[in-house]
Design a protein around this ligand. Structure first.
Ligand code: GLN
Length: 276
């Protein structure tokens, strides 16, 4: 961008950015809502506002995800703090939350485990939507747990306990009614890892071995030891992994197996039930 735009309308037309990105970054630079921007589109920007907008724009033009620039992302109707230490919450993952809540509703005070909690978006949403539940959430990254802990405080959640460690390691001897997870499931050599937002996200939260299945396999193999009889395991996975995940679930004896499509119709969450 050669010269910073001097009015709201000019900034919104900023040719270097996608129109939605331009609007969101301008709102951030000015501290205004979408409605306020529209209502005052001929307002002039002060020099400080121009400088702030320009700084945000430069970061976006260098590829940085909007969620990291703003430091937050909405998930299930709530704002979550996000940093480059956590995966950016995706709308697709709201499906996992819906499927978990459906199963939690039939239990008086469900005990739930979220594996690889990242920002905490899944665990904290379940906790807020099902206040009688008690939820454990683990992550191998202490930086991620620091972000999740901030989100727990900001959202005033009392029924989530965080544990530090890989998958089931910090949960010896514990059992749950429901286990959910959005583990890394992208193949290490997948070219998408070198594109768009994924370049900036923690590799540890995205990639899992040559076929992307390393962590899904480990979780499915050990889940039965940590489920009560009749307890559910629900896992998000890649667009082409439903068949393999279903076979892995069958191999360790999961019943009532299902696959659910995401908003784009892609098989995205698979699950099953430990024999009652
Ligand atoms: N759905 C993400 C993506 O491919 C991957 C998330 C994950 O690995 N859990 O962009």
């Amino acid at each position: 961008m050669s010269r910073p735009p001097d009015t709201i309308a000019a900034a919104l037309r900023c040719a270097d950015l996608d129109p939605v990105d331009a609007r969101v970054l301008l709102q951030e630079a000015l501290g205004l809502t979408h409605a306020q921007l529209i209502a005052h589109s001929d307002r002039r920007l002060s020099e400080a506002e121009q400088a702030r907008f320009l700084a945000l724009t430069r970061r976006r033009m260098a590829g940085e995800p909007i969620a990291y620039i703003l430091g937050r992302r909405e998930f299930y109707g709530r704002d979550f703090r996000v940093t480059p230490s956590v995966l950016i919450p995706r709308p697709d993952t709201e499906l996992l939350v819906d499927l978990a809540l459906e199963r939690m509703r039939s239990l008086p005070s469900p005990r739930v485990l979220d594996l690889g909690t990242g920002s905490g978006c899944i665990a904290l949403t379940l906790a807020l939507e099902a206040v009688e539940s008690s939820i454990y959430a683990v992550d191998a990254s202490s930086e991620a747990l620091a972000v999740a802990t901030e989100n727990r405080a900001a959202l005033g959640v009392a029924n989530v306990t965080f544990r530090h460690g890989a998958w089931f390691l910090p949960l010896a001897g514990m059992t749950f009614d429901l286990i959910v997870g959005n583990p890394p499931y992208v193949a290490e050599d997948d070219p998408h890892l070198a594109e768009g937002d994924l370049r900036f996200e923690p590799r540890q939260a995205l990639a899992a071995g040559l076929d992307g299945l390393d962590d899904l396999e480990r979780i499915i193999a050990h889940a039965p030891e940590h489920l009560r009889p009749g307890g559910w395991l629900l896992l998000e996975h890649g667009y082409d992994q439903a068949g393999t995940v279903g076979a892995l679930l069958a191999r360790v004896g999961f019943e009532d197996r299902f696959v659910a499509p995401d908003l784009a119709g892609v098989p995205r969450v698979s699950g099953g039930r430990k024999a009652p």
